[in-house]
Structure formats: C-alpha cells, structure tokens
Write a protein that binds this ligand. Structure first.
Ligand code: RIB
Ligand code: CA
Length: 318
C-alpha cells in the first residue's frame, strides 16, 4: 500500500534531489508539491520545482505556490549554500525541462486535497513550516485529518547550521514550528544531528552518475557542484549533506529508523542569538506547554544509501 504524501519544499539543492527521490520511490504517492520561501525566495523555489518536475514523469501531481515570508513576515535565504537561484546556479542549463504545470495557491491546495482524500494523507516538509502553519490557522478542523507531518528541521543536543544553535528551516520561521507542534497533529522531526550523518561525497556522486549515465543522475551531479563547494569551504569535506532526501526515505520506509524518542519539545522564538533553537523539555525543566513530538535519533545508513542509489542512480533508468 503506497503512502500518500503532500511534499512542501523550499527547492534548493537537496530539496531538488528529495523531489526526484520521492517521485521515484514506489512506496510513495505524491499528490501535490507546495513551495515556500526558504533557501531562496518562493518565486525562485517555484521555478526550480517546475524545472525538477520537468526532468521526470510527474503525471497527476498538483503544484501550489506558498508563503514568500515567515509568519512574522521576515525573509531569510541561503544563496551562499544553494546558489543565487537555488539550484546550484545550473537552472539555466536545465531551463528547457521547465514544466508548464498549472500553479495553484499552496494553502487552499493543501486543504482541498486533505479534505477530499479518501485515504490518510501525510505531509513531508523539507523547508520552513510557514505553509503548514497557515493551513492550520485557516482550517484546523481539516488539518486534524493529516496522518503525520514529517519535518526536516531542528537540532537536538547538536550544533546549528544557522548561527551557533539553530537549524535553517526552524530558524527561518520558529513561530510556524510552534503552531505546527502545538496543533496536536502527529509530528515527526528529522533533525540536523541525524541528517548530518548522511553526507554525499563528490567522489561518489561523480562515480554513480557516470555509471548510471541518466538525465536524473547527470542533473544531480550538476546541481550538487556548488553545494559541495560550499561544504568544502565551510565543513572541510567535498560533499553535501542529504538532509531532505533522508526525510523522504524516512517517510517512505519508516523501518530505516533505528531509534526515535517521543518528548516534549521547545522552540525558541524570541532569542536575539538563539531564535530557532530547539530543545527537549528535560533540557530546561517542566515547561507546561511543551508539545510532545517524535524526534528521529538514529537511522540505518546502509539501507538509506541503498534506497538512494537504487532510486536515483540505477543503471536501468532513462
Ligand atoms: O538545514 C537544512 C535544511 O534547510 C534543508 O532542508 C535545506 O534544504 C534547507 O531548507
Ligand atoms: Ca529544504
């Protein structure tokens, strides 16, 4: 039985790979993709998503354009990581694939699908949670039908990647994290401390891409070059973390999770230097309104990379 998902993205480099991965995995049925400002502005995110969709069969998928700024209407992007346009500065090379899919508005699209779906729908969010929070504010009754929200974000007992403690998605819109966590919809967080254990090396992506020699594998080699240059300079290794593809894999094959815990969490929304920081409540004592969420703590790396290579670098795919 396929898992029906709605994918909310801030297409950026690792989101673009996550989209291709989700569309290739037989365990998932992607009903819609919605875009949100994050890595780059939502205009660019939407253009990038159209290019990625054009690379691969995407029949029956609806596209919705979402929030251009956080709930507090601030904007924060990461062009130094994902390139000015958000696709590692290679969108121009792939623009001919841009699909002409009709673009709806994200929040009404999310609510429409969730309201009409006869099977349970899950949301996989690989960017800031602004669209999901707005959908909850607009129609919480319908959003309570969501089976699970799986969100890449946060960092627990680990460094941040946006300032010393915060992870990017949750830094961009900490208020949206609060709205989603407090909504009572089952929330599973895939945090930085886990996604930073799946670095894709430049050596592997070149070797796998050459061996597969497909349009998708060539795109992945191209789109990750800028992203990997950033990691070389800043992280000291020539590769790039597969934050969003891991989140997709967890949604598709939950059994790759080796350890998870359910705890009350807190998200800092006010701190001058700590905004976006996520804590489990036991870190600071018994805060009353800390919502209980599921946090992924450990995954089966061998199974993740096998899924990843089979779906995106198989030698029998066009
Ligand atoms: O912190 C990593 C996350 O922020 C990833 O989802 C990346 O694409 C950016 O959105
Ligand atoms: Ca992302």
């Amino acid at each position: 039985m396929k898992r029906t998902i709605l994918l909310d993205v801030d297409t950026g480099v690792d989101d673009s790979i996550a989209i291709l991965f989700a569309l290739r995995l037989p365990q998932l049925e992607v009903k819609a993709i919605t875009t949100v400002s994050g890595n780059v502005h939502v205009d660019e995110v939407t253009e990038n998503t159209k290019v990625v969709l054009g690379l691969i069969e995407h029949k029956g998928i609806r596209l919705g354009k979402g929030a251009s700024a956080s709930l507090r209407r601030t904007r924060f992007h990461a062009p130094e990581v994902h390139g000015d346009e958000g696709l590692g500065n290679v969108r121009g090379k792939y623009i001919r694939y841009r699909t002409r899919i009709q673009t709806e508005r994200a929040v009404p699209l999310l609510i429409d699908i969730i309201k009409k779906s006869k099977t349970p729908v899950s949301i996989v969010a690989t960017g800031p949670l602004t669209n999901i929070a707005r959908a909850i504010k607009k129609d919480n009754r319908t959003m309570q039908r969501v089976k699970e929200i799986i969100s890449m974000g946060g960092s627990f007992g680990h460094r941040g990647n946006t300032g010393p403690l915060a992870e990017f998605n949750y830094y961009v819109d900490p208020d949206a994290v609060n709205v989603v966590a407090q909504a009572g919809i089952p929330l599973t967080i895939v945090p930085l401390n886990v996604t930073e254990t799946v670095p894709l090396s430049r050596k592997d992506v070149i070797a796998w891409s050459r061996k597969a020699n497909s349009g998708v594998s060539r795109f992945i080699a191209d789109v990750t070059e800028f992203y990997m240059d950033f990691h070389s300079r800043v992280e000291g290794f020539r590769g790039g973390f597969m934050h969003d593809p891991l989140t997709i894999a967890i949604a598709a094959v939950p059994s790759i999770v080796k350890k998870r815990y359910k705890k009350p969490i807190l998200i800092e929304t006010q701190g001058l230097y700590t905004s976006g920081t996520t804590l489990t409540r036991d870190a600071i004592g018994n805060e009353k309104n800390a919502p209980v969420v599921s946090v992924i703590a450990e995954i089966d790396h061998r199974r993740f990379w096998n899924l990843f290579r089979k779906a995106l670098f198989a030698t029998d795919k066009h």
